[in-house]
Ligand binder design. Structure first.
Ligand SMILES: Nc1nc2c(c(=O)[nH]1)N[C@H]1C(S)=C(S)[C@@H](COP(=O)(O)O)O[C@H]1N2
Ligand SMILES: [Mo]
Length: 371
């Protein structure tokens, strides 16, 4: 890891993210760059499945349609959204469904995310629910299907790079936003500006960027990213590396509980005689809340409870800090684990291996040296 941003990221004003793929452009945020309470756009991870679309000339006149199982199809511009609906701002976690994938053994298919396919930004926009109400849902409406302006990875503008969808219940959650601003600024192009969906707590792939269409369907959507092994996990545990063959699979919905240490960075060195470490980080848990965060320096023999900052709103992450007393100089391995409001925590070793490597929430580890 160098200190300079990657040449492909510099034009977008990005900090030193780790590039996992150049075409499509994919980059994750090192854990120690997730030390801000609100992740700045410059430090927010990037995940593209296709090429970048043409940037919009005028953001206010960007339009998208809502059609399908609605009483009245609507075509709305960003200006229409701002004028006709109530604007809301929530700070919410967006996390790639494959975050943590690189910790699976054997290596699962796909981008080798460590812990940095995640960020927590303030998103401003309109509740999708309000626009669906304006269009009027037919009794047959059951799922959404999302489309964006980006061409697929071969440059074919006729083929969606990705097109996912969700059950109506998730679409009607007021936190599911049609977002046009991030951290108080117009939504950056790289993050889907002028308009994107933000579907917090579920795989980031639902949060369609450069949004052009929401098709309301009478069944689960079957676009690219919905079928085969995409965003699906086997309904029963499989052996690591096993061919899943005919084992049925289910779509990944709420993301599992996860936590990171954002300070110190892995490999940090403290001066001899340091007897107290100030540890801090973040924790989040899909649709659920975080009930506790704990750290250990003895491989789990003893745990120290962290102090939590309450989230601002549902889907916000929980920032934590912990004072770690040290008996002597030496080498310390810190592991952090969070527990969600349903009592589920994180494993020391990646569990629930699946072919495309979703939902790995193994504990984050940082090693530090004192003296
Ligand atoms: N149009 C479009 N939207 C998209 C994608 C994409 O490739 N094209 N990638 C999805 C995935 S897999 C993720 S994890 C998030 C990443 O959002 P970000 O790049 O703003 O971090 O966008 C989602 N929305
Ligand atoms: Mo993703």
């Amino acid at each position: 890891m160098t200190d300079l941003p990657h040449p492909l990221l510099r034009p977008h004003g990005k900090d030193r993210l780790a590039v996992l793929g150049e075409t499509p452009l994919v980059a994750e945020t090192p854990e120690d760059l997730l030390d801000d309470e609100t992740t700045p756009a410059a430090r927010f991870f990037i995940r593209n499945n296709g090429l970048l679309p043409q940037p919009a000339g005028d953001a206010e006149s960007w339009t998208f349609v809502i059609d399908g199982e609605v009483e009245q199809a609507l075509r709305l511009s960003v200006a229409d959204l701002k004028n006709r609906f109530e604007t809301k701002t929530f700070r919410m976690v967006l996390e790639c469904g494959g975050n943590g994938r690189s910790f699976f053994a054997p290596q699962a298919e796909g981008n080798p995310w460590t812990n940095g396919g995640v960020g927590c930004a303030e998103w401003t926009g309109i509740s999708l629910a309000d626009v669906l109400t304006a269009a009027g849902l037919k009794a047959s409406a059951s799922h959404t299907a999302h489309y964006g302006a980006d061409p697929d990875k071969h440059g074919d503008a006729g083929k969606p790079s990705i097109s996912r969808g969700m059950p109506l219940a998730k679409a009607l959650d007021e936190h599911t936003l049609l977002a046009f601003a991030m951290n108080g600024e117009a939504l950056p192009f790289l993050h889907g500006g002028p308009l994107r969906l933000v579907v917090p707590g579920w795989p980031g792939s639902l949060s369609q960027k450069w949004l052009t269409r929401i098709w309301i369907r009478d069944r689960e959507h079957d676009g690219p990213g919905m079928t085969g092994l995409s965003y699906r996990v086997p309904v029963q545990p499989v052996a690591p590396g096993e061919e899943v063959g005919d084992i049925p699979s289910q779509i990944l919905e709420s993301m599992p509980v996860r936590s990171i240490v954002s300070c110190p960075a892995d490999g940090a060195v403290y001066s001899a005689g340091t007897r107290l470490l100030d540890l801090r980080g973040a924790a989040w848990a899909g649709d659920d809340g975080v009930s506790k965060v704990e750290v250990t320096v003895d491989g789990g023999a003893t745990w120290i409870a962290a102090t939590l900052t309450p989230p601002r709103n549902r889907y916000d992450w929980t920032r934590w800090r912990a004072d770690l007393p040290l008996a002597s100089d030496g080498f310390y391995e810190v592991h952090v684990r969070a527990t969600d409001t349903r009592g589920r925590s994180q494993p020391f070793r990646a569990a629930n291996w699946n072919p495309n490597g979703y939902g790995c929430n193994v504990m984050h580890r940082v090693a530090v040296r004192v003296g």
